[in-house]
Design a protein around this ligand. Structure first.
Ligand SMILES: Cc1cn([C@H]2C[C@H](O)[C@@H](COP(=O)(O)OP(=O)(O)O[C@H]3O[C@H](C)C(=O)[C@H](O)[C@H]3O)O2)c(=O)[nH]c1=O
Length: 186
């Protein structure tokens, strides 16, 4: 596996080693010992999966501390643009985002530490998105940010804004300047 730290320290792209043969392919999708060696100890406790059609945009979401979630995300069908926004007070990259295209073809993974908002925009007809988290789902601590807040300025790869499909919750998300977050940069 290749571990590539992004322009936001602590946010990583992981490229697994893929063994192709006449039957198809094999890869080790996650190896704790290697992950800890390159990124550090994260106690993943839950695996999530979602399926979305073209134009769906899920985000930007996060859970407040003490239920903030680190996420190790990947796509097993289709293609998405995945985005992480730094919400850690005191971080040199506070309010900045990093994005990466994840697809069944590139098999890339994206590690997002606690203290970040996360979201993705589906670029293919369908995308199955699967990820590990290190804290349980806690609706009482669930928060969101508007995906199109110019203060963050995420380029989601949207070609037709009318084709973007948001949940009702996401259409009502607050702006960055109005949102509640309680993360500090360590
Ligand atoms: C996240 C989650 C949701 N749910 C239930 C709650 C709802 O009844 C249903 C759909 O939830 P929601 O609309 O919040 O799903 P997404 O919009 O995909 O939310 C996720 O989207 C972005 C990309 C994230 O990074 C987060 O993991 C998460 O916020 O699943 C659960 O039961 N457990 C869970 O861990």
């Amino acid at each position: 596996m290749n571990y590539i730290e992004t322009e936001i320290p602590g946010v990583w792209i992981i490229e697994p080693k893929v063994f192709n043969d006449a039957r198809g392919y094999f890869m080790e999708a996650f190896k704790q010992s290697e992950f800890e060696q390159h990124i550090g100890k994260v106690n993943f406790i839950q695996d999530n999966e979602s399926c979305s059609s073209k134009g769906v945009l899920r985000g930007l979401h996060y859970q407040l501390a003490p239920y903030s979630q680190s996420k190790l995300v990947r796509v097993i069908t289709g293609r998405v643009l995945d985005v992480a926004v730094d919400l850690r007070a005191g971080s040199p990259t506070f309010g900045k985002y990093v994005s990466v295209e994840l697809s069944a073809e590139n098999k890339r993974q994206f590690f997002i530490p606690q203290g970040f908002a996360h979201g993705f925009h589906v670029l293919s007809d369908e995308a199955i998105f699967t990820y590990k988290v290190d804290n349980p789902y806690m609706p009482s601590h669930e928060k969101g940010l508007r995906f199109d807040d110019p203060a963050i300025g995420v380029d989601w790869g949207i070609t037709d804004i009318n084709a973007v499909n948001l949940s009702e919750k996401d259409t009502k998300a607050p702006l960055f300047s109005e949102a509640e977050y309680n993360f500090t940069f360590k």
